[in-house]
Design a protein around this ligand. Structure first.
Ligand code: ARG
Length: 561
């Protein structure tokens, strides 16, 4: 929690008559930094006070007790607050010195549990680029909520059940080749799947066969289950290899198959509560303002939606979550509205703790065969391209001891940052040159900024001090950095509140840019000790916060490159 923000919130309590929690939620960061560090929007009081916001801003400013920590400054509908630079240096730098990369973490979520459902690829298919966004957004949100003190549970709701596995089994029984499966399981299964769909266009017996095999699965027939289990294990091995590479882990892999039996119980509950009706042999539920939803097919098998209903109930019973967040692309919006509507209709008060965090598409990626882009190939290519750029750099700015592993981190970081840097609801452009550029708004730019800071700190020849004279940090460049550092705890909070990792991305870009402008001005080497020490502590603090921000969004800060 930002020290100064807390003081401003406390000061506003009396004059506004609002509870602190509400004030905290209302306070914004002024778009123009000239206006101050924080802003209170006065139009929220306009109705109750029957006064124009600008007049309210002036009134509030007069009513606020004088403080050495901020100067209130009414500007239009806002009451802005400016914090003296010296006070920021006095409070923030010692705090960062003490907490290092833990600076900004808070306990706002203490005692609360957030479940995050993300990544969730489908088995017997390669991990495609389509599941990249859910994976990196979900992982970043998890880190953000961890930093805010919540108990988080990450769940990988694998797509490991459904009619498509009946098809897989049917295909394997017809054309299956044990040796080929062993050699390259996922590619092979994917090929079988493609063949099934191609041939099913002209051969109707295939789909019939597929449906029967799925029936067998649902009935727990040994032979079908054994095959399915094998497909699942082979796929999971591949997925885990990718998660390891991305530095991501899950608390649970309970996917759709886990809810297979539970889904049948859920169907029974829907029937017993009398909210469903029969329609041409199937079971359906009418929801207000939404298309009718299918709960059980006429052949008696369950559906994606039913399994999700069972999953939500199971999760509530198991974790008593305060929030259940589904990080899933915007095309499934209707699915989640139906799911939440269904939970509500069944009378569960926790229906409104469920939330769909949606995101846009990835654009501009060419497919190999018009179907699926393999994430692993994308990550490999990112690494290879990063390595090439570093080796061919004309300025020879990279001093690499361990090129391969640096290139891997730069490549992954580039892909991750490209995915997270814009607002999640927007589509993402996948443009190799832009995403791997060392000069743009990119992952490599940030990695390089971090490594460069590390180098400067290493070579400055003095130790990071515990205490400094804050009055020595007088330059505008220092003030800009202090302002950013002061804001970081609220940036984390805001990112959590809006479920928006891009807020952190924008912040660390600002920080990296500000520090690169500041180097020539805030020289450490060859300066007298007190000044050198004050600047060093400032730069060291920037590095801590930059590293912390990178880690939160899932990037690995590189020490040397
Ligand atoms: N496996 C699904 C897909 O690839 C996404 C699952 C999302 N999570 C959920 N609980 N429905 O589309």
């Amino acid at each position: 929690m930002s020290v100064f923000l807390e003081k401003i919130v406390a000061a506003l309590r009396g004059p506004t008559g609002l509870p602190e929690q509400e004030i905290r939620g209302l306070i914004e960061t002024p778009r123009d930094p000239q206006h101050g560090e924080y802003a209170f929007p006065c139009f929220v009081l306009a109705k109750s006070l029957r006064k124009g916001p600008p007049a309210i801003a002036k009134d509030l400013a007069e009513k606020l007790a004088e403080s050495e920590d901020f100067t209130p400054n009414p500007t239009g509908a806002y009451l802005n607050f400016r914090i003296p630079v010296r006070r920021m240096a006095e409070e923030v730098l010692p705090l960062i010195r003490q907490q290092a990369e833990a600076y900004g973490r808070s306990e706002e979520g203490k005692g609360k549990t957030i479940l995050l459902d993300y990544s969730h690829p489908n088995i017997a298919k390669p991990f495609g680029i389509g599941h990249l966004r859910s994976t990196v957004i979900g992982a970043a949100l998890r880190n953000i909520f961890d930093a805010l003190g919540y108990r988080t549970v990450s769940i990988n709701h694998l797509g490991d059940w459904g009619t498509q596995f009946g098809k897989m089994i049917a295909a394997y029984r017809r054309w299956g080749d044990e040796e080929a499966l062993k050699k390259d399981p996922i590619e092979y299964l994917y090929g079988l799947n493609t063949r099934f769909h191609r041939e099913a266009k002209t051969d109707e017996s295939l789909d019939v066969d597929g449906r029967e095999r799925f029936r067998e699965l649902e009935d727990g027939k040994e032979e079908a289950l054994t095959l399915w289990k094998r497909f699942r294990e082979l796929s999971l091995e591949e997925f885990k290899r990718i998660y390891h590479r991305l530095g991501i882990s899950f608390d649970s892999y309970a996917g759709e198959s886990f809810y297979n039996k539970k889904a049948e119980e859920a169907v029974r509950e829907v029937e017993e509560k009398g909210v469903a009706k029969e329609h041409e042999g199937a079971l359906v539920v009418d929801l207000d303002g939404l298309p009718t939803c299918l709960i059980r097919k006429s052949d008696g098998t369950t559906l994606y939606l039913t399994r999700d209903l069972a999953a939500a109930k199971y999760r509530y019973e198991t974790y008593q979550f305060d929030r259940l967040i589904y990080v899933v692309g915007a095309p499934q919006k209707l699915h989640f509205r139906q799911l939440f509507g269904l939970i509500r209709k069944l009378g569960y008060s926790w229906w409104d703790r469920c939330e769909h965090v949606e995101f846009g598409h990835i654009l501009g990626m060419k497919t190999r065969d018009g179907t699926l882009i393999f994430l692993e190939e994308v990550l490999d290519e990112a690494r290879d391209r990063a390595l090439r750029t570093m080796r061919e750099s004309v300025e020879k700015r990279f001093d690499l001891e361990d090129e391969e592993s640096v290139a891997e981190a730069v490549g992954l970081g580039a892909v991750i940052f490209n995915d997270l840097s814009g607002r999640r609801i927007k589509d993402v452009n996948f443009d190799w040159d832009r995403l791997l550029s060392f000069d743009g708004d990119s992952g490599p730019y940030l990695q390089y900024a971090h490594a460069r800071m590390e180098g400067i700190l290493r070579k400055c020849g003095i130790e990071v001090p515990d205490r400094i004279d804050p009055g020595l940090l007088v330059e505008d460049e220092a003030a800009t950095l202090l302002r950013l550092l002061e804001r970081y705890p609220s940036v984390l909070q805001q990112a959590g509140r809006n479920r928006e990792p891009s807020i952190i991305c924008r912040f660390i870009l600002d920080l990296a840019r500000a520090v690169s402008v500041a180097y020539p001005v805030l020289r450490v080497k060859d300066e007298a000790a007190p000044l050198a020490e004050a600047r060093l502590l400032l730069l060291w603090s920037v590095k801590q916060v930059l590293a912390a921000g990178l880690r939160v969004i899932g990037m690995q800060p590189i020490e040397r490159m």
